[in-house]
Design a protein. Structure first.
Length: 460
């Protein structure tokens, strides 16, 4: 755990004691900071009692006592008891930050030169950061990953190697709590409407995403997906580093990746994916294009790392082959928690029997309504089932309201097995999971569990 030397002797109010909050607490107390803390869960508070800190209820907290408030990104600052506290802190110019800002401030305090690469976007962050890590490690780089991905909190990073690269996945919630971050390389993959319940409107959400670049200078790089850059040019004022754009072109015989370096008079470089490069879905083309842009500005040629792409396993619950039954492939894409996140999978397979639904996000299926040409039939679950049924019926997509995931899998299996050709049962919900599951991982694991049961029954 990093000893936050720049926090020594200062006073902090830590709100939220999940994995991230506990890492903040350990780092601050190790540095000799004065810490007050709070969590809504009484059991969690009891677990941490006895340390060199105080328990302070937000409703009785004296904001003027603190140098900063450290807020866990998962806490909704728009609801009580936090909304009044946050408003008071803002009026008194008390910073409201998270662990990532503490980490970046510590790098600056120690004058460390480690390269920091931050990746954000509505969709594709986790896959891109794992793919970039895979490429960098294939070239011999020492890399550590943290942030929103969840494997490691950034305050668990090891600062003892000067050549180590830190890859940090940034959610909109984390960016909003990092007013002074300055990544050497910032990557923005895409922006579609999401988390509007927290950010209140799309304009706020978009501006938060672009604010990741706000403190960069000409020595840094701002890598942005080309359509995102063109569509939201009003945010270009936030891009103060060297601007590099990326795009992917789905074409025949081979797909093409493009990198446009605006710092070099619109210099464009195209990379053709030959048959020797295996990419498991069209979603990964955009993710790969972002990585190629990053590798280009780091001075690496395509030939140095392209073959390493064939060893990339991808992420669990993201276009993941769960199993096969006869000519039917079962694809687990439970991590697709909004419509735009389902687009790549829908473009990647033929004869799709699509299982979707859950809690409908802002915009419903509007982002993908024109990408359903490969769908044979849809099987609808969760609270969005009736709404999605009406939407799909209006565009002549055969559909069935199933309600539960188990029923959807059973019915789609019966239909898919009637085909004489290859078919895909695609579980890409295009919704959040909270109506029936605790998170997308539990939802994806349930899909795989039911699929295994069905396969075993057919084997017997």
């Amino acid at each position: 755990m990093i000893n936050l030397s720049h926090c020594s002797g200062k006073s902090y109010y830590v709100i939220g004691l999940g994995k991230t909050g506990k890492s903040v607490l350990q780092s601050l107390t190790a540095a000799g900071a004065m810490v007050s803390l709070w969590d809504d869960n009484v059991d969690i508070l009891n677990d941490v009692c006895g340390g060199n800190f105080s328990i302070t209820d937000p409703q009785s907290a004296n904001i003027s006592e603190f140098d900063s408030i450290i807020l866990s990104p998962g806490i909704n600052e728009n609801i009580q008891p936090y909304s009044d506290l946050i408003e008071c802190a803002k009026k008194n110019d008390i910073p409201i930050i998270c662990d990532i800002q503490l980490f970046m401030d510590e790098l600056d305090c120690r004058n460390l030169g480690n390269k920091v690469i931050m990746i954000t976007g509505t969709n594709g962050k986790s896959t891109t950061i794992m793919l970039l890590c895979h490429i960098l490690e294939s070239l011999g780089y020492d890399v550590q990953i943290g942030g929103n991905l969840g494997n490691k909190c950034v305050l668990e990073f090891d600062l003892h190697q000067s050549n180590r690269i830190f890859l940090i996945e940034m959610s909109s919630f984390q960016i909003a709590l990092c007013p002074n971050i300055k990544p050497n390389i910032g990557i923005l993959l895409n922006i579609t409407a999401d988390h509007i319940d927290r950010h209140k409107n799309f304009e706020n959400y978009k501006n938060i995403k672009f604010s990741m670049f706000a403190k960069q200078d000409i020595n840094d790089f701002s890598i942005v997906e080309n359509n995102t850059f063109q569509n939201f040019g009003s945010s270009e004022s936030n891009l103060r580093g060297k601007i590099v754009l990326f795009a992917h072109l789905i074409s025949k015989p081979n797909d093409v990746l493009e990198v446009i370096d605006k710092s070099r008079t619109e210099s464009s470089t195209k990379y053709e994916l030959n048959e020797g490069i295996v990419i498991n879905s069209k979603t990964n083309l955009a993710n790969l294009a972002a990585c190629v842009a990053c590798m280009q500005i780091m001075g690496h040629n395509w030939d140095e790392y392209s073959q390493a792409l064939n060893n990339f396993q991808g992420l669990e619950h993201r276009v993941e082959l769960a199993t096969r039954l006869n000519k039917v492939s079962y694809i687990n894409d439970s991590k697709a928690t909004n419509a735009a996140a389902s687009k790549g999978a829908l473009q990647s397979f033929k004869n799709i029997f699509w299982i979707l639904g859950g809690i409908e996000k802002c915009g419903g299926l509007s982002d993908i309504i024109n990408n359903l040409g490969n769908v044979k039939k849809a099987y609808l679950i969760g609270t969005a089932a009736e709404s999605f049924s009406e939407i799909l019926s209006n565009v002549n997509i055969s559909n069935e309201v199933c309600g539960t995931l188990r029923k959807a899998i059973i019915n789609s299996t019966k239909d898919a097995l009637t085909l004489s050709e290859e078919a895909t049962i695609l579980f890409s919900p295009a919704c959040s999971s909270y109506d029936q599951f605790s998170n997308f991982a539990e939802r994806g694991n349930k899909f795989k569990e039911i699929v295994r049961e069905i396969k075993e029954k057919h084997a017997n």
